[in-house]
Design a protein around this ligand. Sequence first.
Ligand code: PHE
Length: 340
Amino acid sequence: MKEELKALVEEATKAIEEKTDLKSLEELRVKYLGKKGKITAFKKNISKLPNEEKPMAGKLINETSREVEKILEKRKEIIKKELLEKKIKEEKIDVTANFDIYETGHFSVINQTMAELEEIFQNMGFDVVEGPEIDTVKNVFDDLNSPKNHPSRSLSDTFYIDEDTLLRPHTSSMQIRVMNEGKLPIKMVSAGRVFRNDEVDATHSPMFHQLECLVVDENASLANLKSTLETFIKEMFGNDMKMRYRPHHFPFTEPSLEVDVTCPSCGGKGCPACSNTGWSMELLGGGMVHPNVLENCGIDSEKYTGFAFGLGVDRIAMVKYGLDDIRLLFDNDKRFIKQF
Ligand code: PHE
């Protein structure tokens, strides 16, 4: 019996070593140590042995069972460890991997255009200033010399928060903020969002972007304004871009003007997009700072003059990239965004 048990242990050990998963290991345990198992079978035969041999045989069988049990446990631990290692290896995240599913984003066309504009003006020696989107009626209208009955003040044109505060309908309030700081001369630009109660169409949006420019100095002139604008248009659109000035009216500039450029759709020949004029929609409004505005900010209008303009960033982007609808800029359609 001893020899048989020994052979059984050898057989079991060999089988156990070959197993690589817990399920087949459990099957082996049943095969040898289960109720109908090969080793258990020996126990059933003890009763047939002579009495004096019974204790020794029982001991031997128990020892054999324990030995096989031990080998099974050992193998079980090894398999568990291997499975864990395999799992860790498989789940490891390779941070250096370049997965195509992740796309790198980029700044929107508007932010790209705004950054480009700021750079052009910085290269011309302008400071870049930031200001709030919510401003006071005083900064937005009163100190900008807007008459109390000016249409842009009405609720149907402008979003009020209360009587004295509103979402700025233009960046010109930044002129007042910077002049009130009391440092002269001034040479600044300030870009950001503005809000108007406008119906949405191909060229209008209730939220759009402007860049305000203000120069206040002892000899600032209309000639300076024109040369600044012409330098800027060439930098932004290249030397071939033509521009034209049209007289206009703003309460805070005198004289006032508006600027158009060559129609981006037809290059100036005339087409449906420009109603056959060959010119774009107006890109900016500007003029010489009204003396009342300077005085409202405590600046001596006998000594100082200024020029200012506000340009539509969205319209600049539309001309630059040949877009026929402002809504493209805000729709967040990936097919559009990806092109920039
Ligand atoms: N604020 C004007 C507008 O929104 C533009 C402007 C700015 C005109 C500065 C003159 C001077 O249309």
